[in-house]
Design a protein around this ligand. Structure first.
Ligand code: HSE
Length: 312
């Protein structure tokens, strides 16, 4: 028996909910943007094969790969009598250090595939903490704003109350989310080091106002209010100058009529929200011509992905 699970790319923070809000995305052309993990039975031991466009930048030793570590950790949680040898295959569809939830996609695909393979032995309340723990090994701190939407789909607000991790929130269905990855990588751990350890009171109050106002506007279906709330006082002021071309891109996108934009996760990917496909294509064209710094960069016009991790 073999199980393959795909987990989508995600935009963490969404400009307004640092560490507390994230969304899964799917390209409108029907392609799959994310990682796939296959789990098969083997005679003994654990092995990992990495395929795909981005496999070449993964650690050389399987033991250092997060997918391998997911399997080690998952097996530890199973009764000894249920354990068996496994052959894992990671099809790496997302670039590492992109800001598109690359490590979360690998972790969610791996742990979901393992759980399916072992007859869903872990319930959802156990899966998310495990995903956070494993993703935290790569990004340097435990935050769920990529793993939760990659696993569950949609836009997820992290409430983290006991076993209650997150809540799906409504979103504007007609919005297009254009994401551009410039081709260069940034480490989330390093991008987190740029942030102040403490924030001043005025920023604290702004963050609360923007995030609560945004969530309220989603429920009220008040687009004007939602857009007025998309302001990043936590990360963008400290990270933007470390992302080449970001400030210029944001200004150019606004001139094109893009209704909001921001850093996707910890960057360097940027996201831009468009109300029409025509405007999304204009942003795509500009980003393709002016934001991609290196070969391997790409732009995708997306919608919110409702499904999250799924067997393929
Ligand atoms: N909220 C995290 C950060 C997401 O911005 O550091 C990283 O993918």
């Amino acid at each position: 028996m073999s199980v393959t699970v795909f987990a989508p790319a995600t935009i963490a923070n969404l400009g307004v909910g640092f560490d507390l809000l994230g969304a899964a995305i799917s390209p409108v052309d029907g392609s799959l943007l994310g990682d796939r993990v296959t789990v098969e039975r083997a005679d003994h031991g654990l092995s990992l094969v990495c395929l795909g466009d981005w496999a070449r930048v993964l650690p050389g030793r399987p033991e250092d790969n997060i997918v391998y570590q997911c399997a080690e950790r998952f097996l530890e949680l199973l009764p000894e009598s249920n354990r068996c040898g496994l052959r894992l295959t990671l099809d790496k569809g997302l670039p590492v250090g992109s800001g598109l939830g690359s490590s979360a996609s690998s972790v969610v695909a791996a742990l979901s595939a393992l759980n399916e393979f072992f007859d869903r032995s872990l319930g959802p309340e156990k899966m998310l903490p495990l995903m956070g723990e494993l993703e935290g090994r790569v990004s340097g701190s435990v935050h769920y704003d990529n793993v939760a939407p990659a696993y569950l789909g949609g836009m997820q607000l992290l409430v983290q109350s006991g076993n209650h991790f997150c809540e799906p929130v409504p979103f504007f269905e007609h919005w297009f989310w254009v994401v551009a990855y410039p081709g260069t990588s940034l480490s989330t751990a390093k991008m987190r080091e740029l942030l102040p350890a403490k924030y001043d009171r005025a920023d604290l109050i702004k963050y609360g106002r923007y995030l609560s106002g945004f969530i309220h506007a989603l429920y009220k279906k008040d687009q004007a209010l939602a857009l007025a709330m998309i302001n990043d006082v936590v990360a963008e002021p400290y990270r933007s100058s470390h992302i080449p071309g970001y400030v210029q891109a944001k200004a150019a996108l606004a001139k094109l009529g893009i209704i909001a934009s921001g850093i996707s996760g910890s960057g360097p990917a940027i996201f831009a929200i468009a109300e029409t496909l025509h405007n999304a294509r204009q942003a795509e064209e500009w980003l393709n011509a002016s934001y991609l710094a290196q070969s391997g960069g790409f732009v995708r016009v997306c919608r919110i992905d409702r499904n999250g991790a799924r067997r393929v």
